[in-house]
Design a protein around this ligand. Structure first.
Ligand code: CA
Ligand code: CA
Length: 89
């Protein structure tokens, strides 16, 4: 079962742990000590470009900062819409 997009550890929240895990995976991919599988990409490719990199981690960071305070975060809403679309498939 897939975790929600951006929630790399599947705890139901998008927070700094997820950003850290995305950066860690990106680091291991960059040094060729890991290969992203389809599940990794489905869960951690936050901007949907088919790769896991620092952009995905940095996309998660504003969600963390803003979504804690408001439901009006465009990035959070975008992720929510993508997650809802994935669940309907
Ligand atoms: Ca999480
Ligand atoms: Ca990406």
């Amino acid at each position: 079962m897939l975790n929600p997009l951006g929630d790399s550890n599947g705890d139901g929240r998008i927070d700094s742990v997820d950003a850290s895990q995305i950066m860690d995976l990106y680091s291991r991919i960059s040094t060729m000590s890991a290969i992203a599988d389809a599940k990794d990409i489905a869960e951690q490719d936050v901007n949907g470009d088919g790769r896991i990199d620092s952009v995905d981690a940095s996309t998660v960071l504003p969600i963390i900062l803003i979504s804690l305070q408001t439901e009006k975060c465009p990035l959070r809403n975008s992720l929510r819409q993508r997650n809802n679309a994935r669940q309907k498939k």
